[in-house]
Design a protein around this ligand. Structure first.
Ligand code: DGJ
Length: 378
């Protein structure tokens, strides 16, 4: 073979096998996308080959499409402030995600509550069938004020992917007293004459509105929606009813697990019971998850301990709850979604999705290196 033919053949060889090799390498580094499996903590790439950037997120299922909304983080520790916005991805199979862009961009206007450099966390979107609007609520901290503002923010869109129009932010339920469902222990009721230690933040914020940090939304079978958030300097959860449009608080709310510092609430419903998984309160560092159950969304909520079992379960496998996805509305097909935060390089935070297993009435989350939708309880 002369040297020219050898050159041509070798180029052809590397063009073919080099391409196949690259494809294999790509497949390895994109263990999640297209692989038909979930690999907790592994890097997870979107349809453009870019790492999914949707932290503290939640999922809306609408017209057979899943929409994943979350905080878009950037590199470095400054990446924990919101410089870009709420990122949206869509999927029909939960493994492969299409980048739908920034659904709610941060503003350049220094007068805006959501100016670049504020802190916007844990966005969740629900659909209102009456108004046909997509309604996003999130935890908002005003620029330059650390975590002291503790507000909730609202944005609305005609389309699931946005653009969402920012409406307002505030502290909910100003001037309102909580609702205590029948069965709530006396020790959990506010005594307005002798303010207990754990009630002092509630009373301090009574007139101006209650603090609202880590949060989730839950739409019940009757179409009523609830905003569940860490309040009172993160000591106590509030379960608050939203109005029929999902755009305001009605003033009806309960206080849950008073004084016990629960963050990162995520809710699902099963056999007429409401379940909530949350975390303790240790900043970005992981701690043990906590499971609650109640017959009414307002409570009383029964504390059932840590649902995670096995190695590293006392640290939620390094993660913190953010959402529980009921796949296709199928009973017991539930995915526990958590964030593994990376505060020094926020963009490198990862996702931990695990199946929720249900045995009788026992709810557990068990670590799996790799799993697929066939592993969900049926
Ligand atoms: C824990 C919360 O769950 C996160 O959303 C975030 O607010 C961090 N704390 C900030 O330290």
């Amino acid at each position: 073979m002369n040297s020219y033919r050898f050159f041509i053949l070798s180029r052809l060889f590397f063009a073919c096998f080099g391409f196949i090799g690259m494809q294999q390498l790509h497949a390895q580094t994109t263990a999640h996308a297209g692989a038909g499996k979930f690999t907790p903590i592994a890097q997870w790439y979107d349809d453009k080959g870019v790492a999914i950037n949707a932290h503290g997120g939640g999922i809306l299922f609408k017209d057979n499409v899943y929409y994943w909304f979350g905080e878009h983080k950037v590199a470095g520790s400054a990446g924990n402030t919101s410089l870009v916005g709420v990122h949206c991805y869509s999927s029909t199979n939960l493994y492969n995600w299409k980048d739908e862009g920034i659904a709610l961009p941060m503003s350049d206007d220094e007068q805006s509550d959501i100016v670049k450099g504020c802190v916007l966390e844990r966005p969740k979107v629900i659909y209102n069938a009456k108004t046909k609007k997509y309604v996003m609520w999130f935890h908002l901290e005003l620029k330059g004020k650390g975590y002291s503002a503790a507000r909730t923010g609202l944005a609305v869109s005609d389309k699931p992917t946005g653009p969402y129009q920012y409406i307002r932010s505030y502290r909910p339920n100003a001037g309102k007293m909580p609702f205590y469902p029948k069965g709530t222990p006396d020790s959990d009721r506010v005594n307005t004459t002798i303010v207990k230690e754990q009630d002092k933040f509630f009373m301090r914020d009574f007139a101006g509105g209650q603090m609202a940090r880590d949060m989730t939304l839950f739409v019940d079978d009757d179409g009523k929606a609830y905003h569940i958030f860490s309040s009172e300097e993160n000591y106590t959860l509030h379960v608050a009813e939203l109005n029929a449009d999902y755009t305001a608080h009605t003033g009806k709310f309960s206080r849950v697990y008073i004084g016990q510092q629960t963050e990162a609430p995520a809710v699902f419903k099963r056999n007429g019971f409401y379940y909530m998984i949350g975390s303790g309160c240790t900043g970005w560092a992981p701690n043990a998850a906590r499971l609650f159950r109640a017959k009414s969304i307002f409570g009383p909520w029964e504390y059932l301990g840590n649902p995670c079992i096995g190695p590293n379960s006392d640290l939620t496998y390094g993660g913190q709850s953010t959402h529980i996805l009921n796949v296709n509305g199928k009973k017991d097909a539930l995915i526990f979604m958590a964030d593994k935060w990376e505060p020094k390089n926020a963009i490198d935070g990862r996702y931990i999705w695990l199946p929720i297993t249900i045995t009788g009435d026992i709810v557990n989350v068990v670590w799996k290196d790799s799993w697929d939708l066939g592993d969900l309880s049926k």
